[in-house]
Design a protein around this ligand. Structure first.
Ligand code: GLN
Length: 424
C-alpha cells in the first residue's frame, strides 16, 4: 500500500504555488539575490515518520527559526532562573527587529524578537566563551536535533554583518543595561552566525518534531531536551513566534510557530507533529507568504488548531462487567485528568456486587501523573469501603508505582488473566 500522505501534501503545495506576492528579504544583500521560487513542505510525526514534498532538499539559512531552539538550549544548560533574569516571556506585539526592552525590568520582552535572541545567544557556553566556541555549540546542538551535520553559510553571515546596524544598536542597548557582556559586534556576530546555519525543510520538520516529542529526537531516538524545556519553548513560540502577527496567527492557524526571513517557517503540535515550510517571499511582518497560507490550509483541513481540541477521555472507561464473583472495570487509552474524572464519575454511581474488584488496565496506553493519582485515590477509597481491589496489568504499565496505602501494582497471574483478555 502507498501512503496517501505525500499526495495530500502535494495538493496543498499546488494550491499555493501560483501565489507570487511578497518579497524576499532585501535588507541582507545575499538574501536579496536569492531565488524566490522554491516551495517545500515537510512533516515529521512524533513516531519518527518523515514526509516531504516540493523543494525539500533545497537548503536555506535558518534565521529566526533558530530562536526557539537556542532558547531551549539555554534553558536546558543554564536553567530557568538564569534564563529568566536575561529575557522575559511576554509577547511584544512589535516587529522582530524593534529596539525595545521591558520598561520595568530592562530585559528584552521575549526570546523570539532579535533583542531577546541576541541576549539568549550570550548564555550559550558561558559568558566567557569565544564567539566561535559558542556558535559551534549551537551548530552541534542543531545537528543533533536534525540528525545530520549542519553547516554555517559564512558568506551570508558576512553579508548580513555589512548591513547589521540595527542589530548592532540592539546589542549596544543590551550592553548598556548589562543584559550582555560581550562587545556589541561580537554579540551580533555570534547571533548572526546562529542565523546562518543552513537547513532544509526536512531538517526543520524533524527539529520541530523533537520539541513536539518532549525533547526526544523522533528518528534517532536521542534524548536531547527535557520535556519542561520543550514546553517553555513552545509556549513562547505560541505567544510571540510570529511577532506582530502572533495574535492573527493564533486565531487562524492555532499552532506554536516560528518564522525566519530566509523563508523557513515551523509549526509544532505538542505530542503530535513537527511541520516546516520553505518559500522565500515574505509579508510585511517578515513571515513567508506561501508558508502562512500552507499552515492555514493544513490547520483547517487536518483539524490541527490547538484551541479546537477534540473531547478527551470520553471513552476511557470501556466497561464494567461481572465475571463470577468479580466486578471487572476495564479502562482504555490515555488516562489523564479528563479521562480519570469520567472513569471515577461512572465508578461512583456504579452498584458493585461481590467483594472483589479488578481494575483491568491492559488497554491503557499511558497514565499521566494526575490520571494515575486520581485512579489510585479512587481505588483507595474502594478499599476503605471494604472491597478487595486487584489490578490486571500484563504490560507492567504501573510496575514501579506504589499506592498511598502501601500496596504495589502487581500482575494478576492468579486471576484467570486469559479469560479477561478474551472477553470484550
Ligand atoms: N538574522 C535576521 C536578523 O536578525 C533574522 C531575522 C528573522 O529571521 N526574522 O535580522
Amino acid at each position: 500500500m502507498q501512503s496517501p500522505i505525500p499526495g495530500y501534501l502535494e495538493t496543498i503545495l499546488d494550491s499555493v504555488r501560483a501565489d507570487t506576492s511578497g518579497h524576499v528579504a532585501d535588507y541582507i544583500p545575499e538574501l536579496a539575490d536569492s531565488d524566490p521560487k522554491p516551495l517545500g513542505l515537510a512533516m515529521c510525526t512524533f513516531g519518527g515518520n518523515l514526509y516531504s514534498v516540493g523543494d525539500d532538499g533545497t537548503e536555506f539559512t535558518i534565521q529566526s527559526v533558530s530562536k526557539p531552539f537556542v532558547y531551549a538550549l539555554a534553558l536546558q544548560r543554564r536553567g530557568w532562573n538564569k534564563v529568566q533574569q536575561t529575557v522575559g516571556t511576554e509577547p511584544s506585539g512589535e516587529a522582530f527587529n524593534e529596539l525595545s526592552l521591558d520598561r520595568n525590568t530592562k530585559r528584552p520582552m521575549n526570546p523570539m524578537i532579535n533583542a531577546g535572541a541576541i541576549a539568549v545567544n550570550q548564555l550559550i557556553n558561558g559568558e566567557d566563551s569565544s564567539v566561535e566556541d559558542r556558535v559551534e555549540e549551537i551548530r552541534e546542538f542543531f545537528s543533533a536535533l536534525a540528525g545530520r551535520e549542519l553547516s554555517i553559510n559564512r558568506a551570508l553571515c558576512e553579508s548580513e554583518l555589512e548591513t547589521a546596524d540595527r542589530n548592532l544598536s540592539i546589542a549596544h542597548m543590551l550592553r548598556n543595561y548589562d543584559v550582555i557582556q560581550d562587545a556589541a559586534h561580537d554579540a551580533v556576530r555570534s547571533y548572526t552566525l546562529q542565523c546562518a546555519i543552513e537547513v532544509d525543510v526536512r531538517d526543520l520538520a524533524i527539529m520541530s518534531a523533537t520539541l513536539a516529542n518532549g525533547g526526544v529526537q523522533p528518528i534517532t531516538g536521542q534524548k536531547i531536551l527535557n520535556p519542561d524545556v520543550c514546553r517553555m519553548a513552545l509556549a513562547v513560540m505560541a505567544s510571540a513566534g510570529m511577532y506582530d502577527a502572533a495574535g492573527r496567527w493564533m486565531t487562524t492557524v492555532g499552532i506554536p510557530a516560528k518564522s525566519g526571513v530566509g523563508g523557513g517557517l515551523i509549526g509544532t503540535l505538542p505530542g503530535q507533529l513537527g511541520i516546516a515550510t520553505f518559500s522565500p517571499r515574505l509579508d510585511i511582518q517578515g513571515n513567508s507568504v506561501r508558508g502562512v497560507k500552507i499552515f492555514q490550509k493544513l490547520s483547517k483541513d487536518m483539524g490541527l488548531h490547538l484551541m479546537a481540541a477534540e473531547p478527551q477521555g470520553e471513552y476511557a472507561l470501556r466497561n464494567i462487567h461481572t465475571e463470577g464473583q468479580d466486578s471487572v472495570i476495564r479502562l482504555q487509552g490515555k488516562v489523564n485528568f479528563p479521562a480519570a474524572e469520567s472513569i471515577l464519575d461512572e465508578m461512583v454511581d456504579h452498584d458493585f456486587t461481590g467483594q472483589r474488584l479488578v481494575l483491568d488496565i491492559s488497554r491503557v496506553s499511558s497514565f499521566n501523573r494526575m490520571g494515575r493519582r486520581l485512579i489510585k485515590e479512587g481505588l483507595r477509597s474502594l478499599r476503605e469501603e471494604g472491597f478487595e481491589v486487584a489490578i490486571y496489568d500484563p504490560e507492567d504499565i504501573l510496575k514501579d508505582l506504589q499506592y498511598s496505602d502501601g500496596t504495589e501494582a502487581e500482575t494478576l497471574g492468579s486471576l484467570e488473566s486469559r479469560s479477561l483478555e478474551e472477553k470484550d
